[in-house]
Design a protein around this ligand. Structure first.
Ligand SMILES: [Zn+2]
Ligand SMILES: [Zn+2]
Length: 132
């Protein structure tokens, strides 16, 4: 898999939870929508299609090098902290840009992605043991 943004070969982040690729240029992450949904559900978040977010047809996106089609951008997050991810409508690949520069291993990447989609959905982070 080549990075949709930089067109350089992405490195595989080894792990048993899902198949994940990271761009060494921009820090972007690429994964499959089925893997992402499994991950979200595992962490008590709704699946991607129920997370909310709005298709942004105007946004400039990269290209899925597998399918040779433009990615579409999905906007979400809070008003003062907008977030977006890109997705390939052909293969269901998900591309998360550059928020993950410091992410060097699979475990850290999974943690970062969960935080990203939690914020994306506008959900507050629940503190362990808190009432309600
Ligand atoms: Zn890149
Ligand atoms: Zn694709």
């Amino acid at each position: 898999m080549d990075c949709p943004g930089c067109s350089v070969e992405m490195a595989a982040l080894e792990g048993d939870e899902l198949s994940l690729h990271k761009c060494t240029e921009c820090g972007g992450l690429w994964l499959d929508v089925a893997d992402l949904n499994r991950l979200l559900l595992h962490h008590n978040l709704p699946g991607l299609e129920t997370l909310g977010g709005k298709l942004n047809a105007e946004a400039l996106t990269g290209v899925c090098h597998e399918c040779k089609v433009d990615l579409v951008s999905v906007d979400g997050g809070e008003r003062n902290h907008p977030l977006h991810y890109d997705t390939c409508e052909s293969c269901g690949g998900i591309f998360l840009e550059s928020e993950f520069k410091d992410t060097t291993d699979h475990k850290a990447a999974v943690h970062e992605m969960i935080e990203f989609f939690r914020r994306f959905s506008g959900r507050k982070v629940k503190k362990a043991g808190a009432a309600g």
